[in-house]
Design a protein around this ligand. Sequence first.
Ligand SMILES: NC(=O)c1ccc[n+]([C@@H]2O[C@H](COP(=O)([O-])OP(=O)(O)OC[C@H]3O[C@@H](n4cnc5c(N)ncnc54)[C@H](O)[C@@H]3O)[C@@H](O)[C@H]2O)c1
Ligand SMILES: O=C(O)[C@H](O)CO
Length: 370
Amino acid sequence: MENIVVSLSFRFQDISSSGSNSVHSMQVCTEPKVILSTDDIVSLIGNKCDGVIGQLTEDWGDTLFGALKKAGGHAYSNMAVGYNNVDVDAATRHGISVGNTPGVLTETTAELAAALTLAAARRVVEADDFMRAGKYEGWLPTLFVGNLLKGQTVGIIGAGRIGTAYARMMVEGFKMNVIYYDLYQATRLEKFVSAYGQFLESQGETPVHWRRASSPEDVLKEADVVSLHPVLDKTTYHLINKERLALMKKDAVLVNASRGPVVDETALVEHLKANPMFRVGLDVFEDEPYMKPGLGELSNAVVVPHIASASKWTREGMATLAAQNVAAKLKGWPVWSSPNVEPFLDEIKPAPKAAPSIINAKALCLSSMP
Ligand SMILES: NC(=O)c1ccc[n+]([C@@H]2O[C@H](COP(=O)([O-])OP(=O)(O)OC[C@H]3O[C@@H](n4cnc5c(N)ncnc54)[C@H](O)[C@@H]3O)[C@@H](O)[C@H]2O)c1
Ligand SMILES: O=C(O)[C@H](O)CO
C-alpha cells in the first residue's frame, strides 16, 4: 500500500490503474485553510507516506524532506513549473525525487501576460472603474489615452518556454519587434520572428525584427513593453531595481508573470508614483499574498492574484503531470526525456510509463526513457 499526500484538493486522474498490482491510497487535503504551514504538512505526512504533491506556497526544505524520508517517502512533485520554493539539494540528500510541471502552462501563462500588457497599455482597469463609478459623461478625445503596440518593440527578459510563447503572441498579434535577454540563445524565437518578418514583407507590410541583447539594461532602454519570464534564482532576484527602472522609457509598460522577487517592488512603487505614464501589469508579488505599501492605490498598476496558469486545461494538466511524477517514481519507472509532455495528457491512450519531469534525475542517477 502506497500513501501519497496531496496538499490541495484537485480533481485527479486515476494514477493507480497502470497495470501494477500495488494499491495506492491517496489523501487529498481538503482543509478549508488554503495555505499550509510546514507544521501542517509534517503532520499530514505522519509516519507512513511514500510521496507528496505540494504547492509553490510551501517551503520544501530539509525539514519537510527529512519528515518525508522518515515516513518512508521517496517522491515529491511541485504542482508548478517554478520550483524556487524547493531546496532540490536537500531533497537529493534525502534520496527524494523532485518533479515539476513544465509545458502545460506555457501558453496559458503567456496569454495572461499578454492580457496584462493590453490592460496596462490601454488602461482597461482604470476605464472600467471609471465606468462603474458612473463618471462617464460622453466620448472625449482625451479620455484614457494609452499606448499603441503595433510596430513598437517588446522586450523579453527570460526567453524560455513562456517568454518565447509571449513574444510570439506579441509579434503575431501586434506586429511588434523583439529584443530579448537570456543566458542562452532563443533560436526558435529568432527563427520564428525572421520567418514572420519575411512573410509580412512578402505581403507588402512592414517586416518585424529581433535582436538578442547583451544585457538586461539593453532591453530596458530600448523596449516599449518589457515582460519578465526568467526563473527566480540568485541571478534574477531584484533584477528590476531602482537603477534599472530609471533606464526604461517614461511611458513604458512592465509586466511580471514570473516570480514577485524578480522585481524590487518598493522601488517599483516609487517609480510608478514619480512616472504616472509608466504602467505595470503584475501577476506576482514580492511578499505574496501581500502587496508593498502604496501599490494597491496606484491607478497605473494592474494587479491580479497569481492566476497566470489558471485555465481549466492547464490546471488539470499540472495536476496530471505532478501525480504522474510521483506515481512513476514509486513504481520505479524511468524519466521522460522529451520536452513534449502531450502524451501524458491524452485522455484516450494510456500515459507513458515514465515520470514527465524530474529535476534531480541526474543527481539521483534515475534512468531516462529514450
Ligand atoms: N505567474 C505564474 O502563474 C507562472 C506560471 C508559470 C511559470 N511561472 C514562472 O515562470 C518561470 C519561467 O517558466 P518557463 O516554463 O518559461 O521556464 P524556462 O526554464 O523555459 O524559461 C526560463 C528562462 O529564464 C532564463 N534565465 C535564467 N536565468 C536568467 C537570467 N539571469 N537572466 C535572464 N534569463 C534567465 C533561462 O535561460 C530560461 O530560458 C518559472 O520558473 C516560474 O517561476 C509563473
Ligand atoms: O510556476 C508555476 O507553475 C506558477 O507560478 C503556477 O502555475
